[in-house]
Design a protein around this ligand. Structure first.
Ligand SMILES: [Zn+2]
Length: 355
């Protein structure tokens, strides 16, 4: 029953993975010409990398019908970059601004749902990459919302995504810098209009990656919601002994422990493909009960698979193929480990690909 939608999603994902993969390769080729960065080959490779990544970003940023997800949580993001609106009587909280080009989609979605865009008071973030924080500066200007971030990702935000440890040209990952108004630490709370979210620092994907949790009520029942920050290990990123992020492997290990210990009924994340947005939204619209976004098993399966990807990378690096990664020859991340259920595979296949 899910084949049609899943197949369609997979087709789009393969196209996106192909361009991202091509871009990474082109970027590496460009870096290989560092002795002569103005050579025609290096310039062509850089132009190709830029165009490929821009194409993949456009594919993630197509309009998506906004909808009430559960309780007072609404989806107002694009096709594969999430934005979650949490409404309260005293104004609203938004998690992630997407790209700068996502902000008009968010604004239209909020209005279509009957809320005021200008009532967004607090802007939270999963992590400060261009596809989740690229719109922060614009959104803050338009709404006056206060930006609440972890210290490490507030630094990345203030640099507009520059100075990160990704093996991709900074030009395509850079965005308009913004200043955080409040720095949160592990276990800190953000409260507005009777709604409280808790920050869990889950570094690894970025050094300040943050998972947010809250409790929603629907049909007289309470549900634990997890806004997962990301545990994607991008291709070409050296996990152990990375000079730009020395504690990455330890951070990932702790992050998986933290995430696995969180109570989770409703699993949400920065990319719709990670938590089955399209399929679950369709089932919700068809009136399925209980709410299909209540998916504790999906959360566990996703984490298990993501942890396996990181463990496999570590094993490869330990066996001595780390030098391949050091020189930027990451591989294998496009194939999920053998044996997971199809739905889990289709959800977690983007592991290691999306920024
Ligand atoms: Zn990212």
């Amino acid at each position: 029953m899910r084949t049609g939608v899943a197949g369609l999603i997979r087709t789009h994902r393969i196209a996106r993975l192909a361009v991202v993969g091509l871009a990474v390769l082109a970027s590496r080729a460009a870096r290989g010409q560092e002795s002569d960065p103005r050579s025609p080959l290096a310039q062509a490779a850089q132009a190709l990398a830029r165009r490929s990544i821009e194409t993949s970003f456009r594919l993630m940023n197509r309009p998506f019908e906004p909808f009430r997800l559960i309780g007072n949580v609404y989806y107002v993001g694009a096709s594969d970059v999430s934005s979650f609106l949490i409404t309260t009587p005293e104004g609203h909280i938004l998690i992630d601004s997407g790209f700068a080009a996502t902000v008009p989609l968010i604004r239209d979605g909020v209005r279509k749902l009957g809320f005021r865009f200008e009532d967004i008071r607090i802007l939270l973030n999963s992590h400060a990459h261009v596809d989740h924080a690229g719109g922060h500066a614009l959104l803050k200007r338009l709404t006056g919302a206060r930006i609440v971030m972890s210290a490490a990702d507030a630094r990345l935000l203030a640099q507009g995504g520059r100075g990160d440890f990704l093996p991709v040209s900074e030009e395509v990952l850079a965005y308009e810098p913004a200043q955080a108004d409040r720095i949160i630490g592990d276990g800190d709370h953000v409260t507005l209009g009777g709604v409280t979210l808790t920050a869990h620092l889950t570094p690894g994907h970025t050094q300040g990656c943050t998972t947010w949790t809250m409790v929603v009520e629907e049909a007289g029942k309470n549900h634990d919601v997890v806004f997962y920050g990301s545990t994607t290990l991008l291709p070409g990123v050296r996990l152990v002994g990375n000079p730009k992020y020395p504690g990455m492997a330890e951070d990932f290990a702790r992050t998986f422990r933290v995430l696995k210990a969180l109570p989770c009924d409703v699993f949400l994340g920065p990319h719709g493909s990670q938590f089955g947005l399209r399929e679950k939204a369709r089932r919700l619209a068809a009136g399925e009960k209980p709410n299909p976004f209540i998916d504790p098993a999906g959360y566990r399966a996703f984490l298990a698979q993501s942890e396996q990807v990181v463990a496999q990378r570590m094993e490869r690096e330990r066996r001595g193929s780390g030098s391949r990664h050091e020189s930027g020859q990451g591989d294998g991340e496009s194939r999920p480990p053998a044996g997971p259920p199809a739905s889990a595979a289709s959800r977690s296949q983007p592991e290691g690909r999306e920024p």
